[in-house]
Write a protein that binds this ligand. Sequence first.
Ligand code: BTN
Length: 266
Amino acid sequence: MNQELQEEKLKELLCTEIIGHDILCFKSLDSTNAYCRKAGRIFPHGTVVTAETQTAGRGSRGRSWESPKGVAVYMSLVLQPEIEPLVAPRLTPVMAISIARALQSMGIDAGIKWPNDIVINGKKLVGILTEMDATVKGIKQVVIGVGINVLNESFPEEIEHRATSLLLETGRKCPREELVAAILNCFEEDYRIFLKTCDLSQLLEQYEQFSVTLGQEVKVLDSQGEYTGYARRIDENGQLWVQKDDGQMVCVFADEVSVRGIYGYV
Ligand code: BTN
């Protein structure tokens, strides 16, 4: 059995001021995001919640997130940012950059598939689900959920063609607590930069370096149908600009569409 994630061990590896000041590590939760968002529960800004397994892990677009025990990272970060609710979704690409940087610092080359999947060799390694609770007065909290496949040796048949783990890609057993700490350390830096402008303008260069989508021929599925084009640029709002085959540039919103490479998942 792999070593479980532990608050104290994680804290020793952190060099942050706010992020991870409070950490809660559980053996099992329904979903770390759901736990943080349960009615009446408010955690301090920067709280991190992890679980060894999730019984009802949530993915984006209402999908579920397979959460086998002890082999992956399931964590949620609670933030109470003083920003407009409209800009909160930009925190997802900020986290994607932090994860890609953290992996790079551990010698692992991963890319970002727009808008927020971390991929290696054309397969998905990490999923990010950002959820917000707001009232008319503004944001109560933003919960950034991160699922990382670390030690998985296999995946269910229906996702094995597009899912992978660090073990499968590198052949090495990456220590999960080091990975979590590296991500939180990077996130505190990137979050500070984000807060200066509340957009991605000062992080775009990093995002572009990690992007596996830019320059690729992509297939965009939106509510009106499907079209192909080239992914040309990502703007400071995190939106993707695609040049359609007729030359027209269109702005693609992350929550409206699915973008796939022409030849597969990436
Ligand atoms: C995706 O579909 O790509 C997003 C997956 C996000 C999964 C993580 S695991 C930790 C956190 N808790 C959840 O229930 N989901 C997120």
